[in-house]
Design a protein around this ligand. Structure first.
Ligand code: ATP
Ligand code: ZN
Length: 226
């Protein structure tokens, strides 16, 4: 990383649920981009800003390691990566700049509908499929429940029917996916929305000035949307 660079680097999700809103928000703040679908890096056409388009899972680490200056990412991914990095002694610091008003979802425990679920203690000794093992184990520990995990990066909701797990811990927005798979949401363990985060190290004055200009614009955009 060139710490003297006067170009601000922002990481956003390349393609997924946060991509469109992330771009829209930056453009509403007056930052224009000409995107080439295949390219990882895009230069703003009107400001010294570079956009790095990556998988959302990579964004927290890039910010925590200071590879990029800013990142837009879901709190669920942010907190999962933070817990994982803390457990493995990697750098896990960052600055939270703003909560963004998109990407709302919740991480919930769900069980097959035929299950007579009474409470979280019923998961004792069971296996739970999830993409978020650290958030899940953090929650279970606080609840004094010992359960094992089946880590899947996709298709978590089919795990019980496939005989891979007894329950799931998955992201929910409407609940339609759970219902379609015969699952019932029982506990919300984490609520999430997109966040704007900054790397922990101090920025050079040129970059800091750009952020000082960006944040009031962002506040204005978010206020106008309410
Ligand atoms: P990538 O290829 O970047 O890893 P992904 O498949 O992990 O993509 P998406 O499904 O695009 O991720 O979701 C990105 C983020 O959008 C989630 O981590 C979460 O913060 C948010 N989100 C909002 N609603 C939902 C939902 N119903 N299901 C999943 N994610 C949601
Ligand atoms: Zn992802």
């Amino acid at each position: 990383v060139d710490t003297n660079s006067k170009r601000l680097t922002i990481a956003i999700q390349k393609s997924g649920r946060l991509s469109k809103e992330s771009l829209k928000l930056l453009e509403a703040c007056g930052v224009k981009f000409n995107l080439h679908e295949a390219r990882l890096l895009a230069h703003s056409s009107n400001q010294p800003i570079d956009l790095l388009r990556v998988r959302d899972d990579d964004i927290p680490g890039l910010v925590m390691d200071g590879v990029v200056d800013l990142g837009l990412v879901g709190e669920n991914v942010l907190e999962e990566v933070r817990l994982e990095r803390e457990a493995t002694s990697l750098k896990a610091e960052f600055k939270k700049l703003r909560a963004l008003e998109f990407g709302q979802c919740r991480l919930s425990l769900a069980v097959p509908k035929e299950e007579n679920y009474q409470g979280v203690q019923d998961l004792q000794g069971k296996r739970i499929a999830t993409t978020y093992p650290y958030l899940l184990q953090d929650y279970l520990k606080k609840q004094n429940v010992a359960a094992s995990t089946a880590i899947l990066t996709g298709s978590v909701e089919v795990a019980p029917r496939a005989g891979l797990a007894d329950a799931v811990c998955d992201l929910v927005s409407t609940g339609a996916t759970l219902e379609a798979n015969g699952l019932v949401e029982k506990e919300v363990i984490f609520t999430s929305q997109a966040q704007l985060i900054q790397r922990p190290q101090q920025l050079n004055s040129a970059k800091q000035a750009m952020i000082d200009q960006l944040l009031p614009r962002l506040d204005g955009v978010q206020m106008a949307r309410e």
